[in-house]
Design a binder for this molecule. Structure first.
Ligand code: HEM
Length: 136
């Protein structure tokens, strides 16, 4: 793992240790920022899909920030898969940003400049991936 992936992994495990499962906080934030996203998840009555999706998102973004063995391809594939669910490609960048903001707020003072730099770099690379290879 790269230093960035280590720092991002640390921030995620620290959130879990201090606050437990962050799923509700992430989606509450997403729906507050983008209320139109709420209707995409109407079939997920129990929240199980949201929880499962977030755990895959965490694994994917850690891979993307680190070794980049499958993360970039996974994101490209999910952009196409999710278009069938009505999720516009650009929302991927905002969703990862929402995850970052949630982690930042939950960590409070434990959110350091180094952790922020690692997340920023990952989000910038993700933006470039989405802009460079938009789903058609
Ligand atoms: C790399 C990014 C992403 C990954 C790896 C991912 C992965 C997944 C997975 C694995 C599921 C199936 C969950 C299950 O049914 O157990 C899912 C469902 C879904 N995802 Fe994502 N997702 C990503 C990004 C997004 C984004 C940005 C949105 C929009 C906010 C989104 C919206 C949805 C919706 C609406 C469903 C269907 C929920 C339902 O079953 O009702 N996903 N995603």
């Amino acid at each position: 793992m790269s230093d960035d992936a280590d720092l991002i992994a640390w921030s995620l495990s620290e959130v879990a240790e201090r606050h437990g499962d962050p799923t509700k906080a992430v989606y509450d934030r997403l729906f507050a920022q983008s209320p139109e996203m709420t209707e995409l998840f109407v079939n997920d009555k129990t929240g199980a899909a949201r929880g499962e999706m977030l755990s895959v998102v965490f694994e994917t973004l850690l891979d993307f920030a680190g070794s980049v063995s499958y993360g970039a391809n996974m994101i490209r594939a999910e952009i196409v898969n999710h278009e069938n669910l009505g999720v516009p490609p650009a929302v991927f960048a905002t969703f990862f940003g929402t995850v970052m903001e949630t982690v930042r707020d939950l960590l409070g003072e434990a959110w350091t400049l180094q952790v922020e730099t690692a997340w920023d770099r990952m989000l910038t690379n993700l933006n470039e991936l989405i802009v460079r290879e938009p789903a058609v």
